[in-house]
Ligand binder design. Sequence first.
Ligand code: HAM
Length: 439
Amino acid sequence: MAVNNVKGTRDIIGEEANAFNYIENLLKQICELFAYNEVRPPVMEYSELFVRGVGESSDVVRKEMYTFLDKGERSITLRPEFTAGIMRLIIQNKLLNTNELPFKAYYVGPVFRYERPQLGRYRQFTQFGVEAVGNNSPEIDVETIVLAYTILNSLNLENVSIKINTLGDDESRENYKKALKQYFEKYLDQMCPDCHSRYELNPLRILDCKVPEDQKIVEGAPKMKDFLSENAKNRFNKVLSLLDDLSIPYVVDDTLVRGLDYYSETVYEFHYTSKNGTNYGAIGAGGHYDKLVAELGGPNAAGVGFSFGVDRLYSVLRDDDLLETGLDNPVEIYVMPMGELAKPLALQVAAELRVSGYRTDMCFEDVKLGNMFKRAERKGASFAIIIGENEVNNQEVIIKNMETTVQVNCPLEKLIETISKEMGDECCGDGCQCHCKEN
Ligand code: HAM
């Protein structure tokens, strides 16, 4: 019996893989425009990093981590998110010991969570995100939102809803947690077992409970906004007024608390519903964190960042037909050897064309010429190069223009020059970008 993929994972093939590349490349370009540089942390970290960083009360740590003992009996976890790992990378490599703060980084890669697989929810998925660490200002929070907004605009995703809220400073949150405990105490015996431990560990997490009966109780719970200190209120108002100045649309959502424990002050999420009405959940989310770096053994430094779910970005772009621009990747030239004798020369010709920058494929199977032409067509080739025994003997090839069907014989030494001309890549002298050898 064949072995299938692991539940909750999937294969990304063909057009979908092209689309992922298109999305990730576009996101990288925009991050670089905002002066963020790429970092590549390992996929696995010591489990303690996530327990301390993401927090013991979060569902991610309590239920969703892929954790195992390695052969040295160390507890290892496949990253369930990037932020804690990026903080570890920053601390370990002493990247905050500089005047050039904030340290600004972007990242992309697979993330693992043992969740119930459903629409837009996988056990392995791809996140693309940024972190800016070492600055505590409202302006840097806003820069990350502007960056995310620019990305969504560049992907032509209109009507994205940006939800924003504040979790306040320590003082605000402590007061709020006390009020939540008082409120939920009355209902605890009607609530799910998870909410019992949330009540003990972090009552804020109860606000995220997905059990419908519990959600009804949550509706009547006290609101964060009524417990904000003056400082927290002022900071949040500053963030909102900066967003107004930049004409970034947002909706203040005072029920937004985020599911990871490290957040303080500004938190935000990006939501989008496909034109056919499908909602895959948040396409991205993030926020500010005051204590995470210190919690992980680093200096006192605040940070802010967000992650997009690339799988969800792909789904909404596909649903709304917004992917055409990134998908065309046709072969330019298809090399067709006729018989064993022609194969070595075909490999040589393909190699030469590739060195000159032509996207080239060749036929490896012994099929009839007509069949090879069909393959060339399916691959979108502009030219076919036919090599038979005669061509090998005469050290030449036949070049066929697939559109006009005109074909010419071409000596090997004139191959690139002829193809360049046929393609309209005339050499225009020094510094020209054409494929011509004389260039
Ligand atoms: P998060 O909200 O847990 O935040 O995940 C960010 C995004 O990852 C979500 O908005 C969603 O698009 C995607 N995502 C999450 N779970 C799944 C899943 N099971 N399948 C597919 N996509 C999923 C974080 O991970 C934070 N580290 C974000 C952040 C960065 N905060 C500050 N900096």
